[in-house]
Design a protein around this ligand. Structure first.
Ligand SMILES: NC(=O)c1ccc[n+]([C@@H]2O[C@H](COP(=O)([O-])OP(=O)(O)OC[C@H]3O[C@@H](n4cnc5c(N)ncnc54)[C@H](O)[C@@H]3O)[C@@H](O)[C@H]2O)c1
Length: 255
């Protein structure tokens, strides 16, 4: 069977509900995966599943908002797998999640930490990984954003701003490093259900999310995000760059 990521090495920054599914899918498509998270045990769960299935992956402790930790993750990717063909920046600080809290109520500490981790963290990961791809003359960077980064909402102002910042970063990378062979794209999910989200979000909110989408039969799944990520890292995606791709069942529709 032709696996679309055979021979490629991908660093995934941020495990968890979506990140673990990304790792499992990319490895199943033949990629060698480095999966990093603050929570090493979660990354290890995915890596065990990958190795058991015959794939290649390693789990590392990563603080995506810390320059040295990010540099170590990139150095590990080079040492273990000879370099990088892809970076998927996926982690997020999500304390700004209460739709009842607006700019007048949000503590400035949550605002600051949201930007530090989500916006500055993606910047650091990009800055560290790009040189390895430029060196190869090819590469693909995928950022996990959110529908919150493109849609209006009475809440989540800091989170939405951080996700919009990631989209601006993506466009910079796509424009400046496209000539060097590096592509950059953003995936913007709406509600994507996995066990952690189920534990956090009341069932009424899941019903609301289903109602807000054009596809009513279900809400999003981590595998939906992983399928698009796999395409974006593959040669099948070699003419896709600079895009914010919504994987949200039609919750948002933009030109
Ligand atoms: N699940 C959804 O409904 C949904 C919707 C829209 C966007 N997203 C985005 O998808 C991505 C993944 O979210 P998820 O649903 O899998 O959540 P999750 O909580 O399962 O995973 C997020 C992971 O990020 C890690 N993390 C947080 N700060 C970190 C840091 N500084 N360094 C390294 N790792 C760190 C956490 O430990 C966690 O494992 C996020 O960027 C999120 O904003 C999710």
């Amino acid at each position: 069977m032709n696996r679309i990521l055979d021979g490629k090495s991908v660093l995934i920054a941020g495990a968890g509900g979506i990140g673990n599914a990304l790792a499992i899918r990319y490895a199943a498509e033949g990629a060698r995966v480095v999966l990093g998270d603050l929570d090493l045990a979660t990354a290890e769960e995915a890596v065990h599943a990958i190795v058991k299935a015959g794939g290649e992956a390693i789990a590392i402790h990563l603080d995506g908002a810390d320059e040295q930790s990010v540099d170590r993750a990139v150095a590990t990717s080079r040492e273990k797998f000879g370099g990088l063909d892809g970076l998927h920046a996926n982690f997020a600080f999500m304390a700004d999640g209460n739709p009842q809290v607006g700019i007048l109520e949000l503590p400035i500490e949550i605002y600051d930490e949201t930007q530090r981790v989500n916006a500055r963290g993606f910047y650091l990961c990009t800055r560290a990984a790009l040189p390895l791809m430029i060196e190869r003359g090819a590469g693909s960077i995928v950022y996990t954003s959110s529908a919150a980064g493109n849609a209006s909402s009475p809440g989540q102002v800091a989170y939405a701003m951080s996700k919009a910042a990631g989209q601006a970063l993506m466009r910079h990378v796509a424009t400046r490093y496209g000539p060097a062979g590096v592509r950059a794209n953003t995936i913007a999910p709406a509600m994507t259900l996995h066990s952690r989200i189920e534990a956090l979000v009341p069932p009424e909110m899941v019903d609301w999310a289903r109602g807000a989408a054009a596809i009513k039969s279900r809400v999003g799944r981590p595998d939906d995000i992983a399928a698009m990520g796999a395409l974006l890292f593959s040669d099948d995606g070699s003419y896709i760059t600079g895009q914010v791709i919504s994987i949200d069942g039609g919750t948002t529709m933009r030109p």
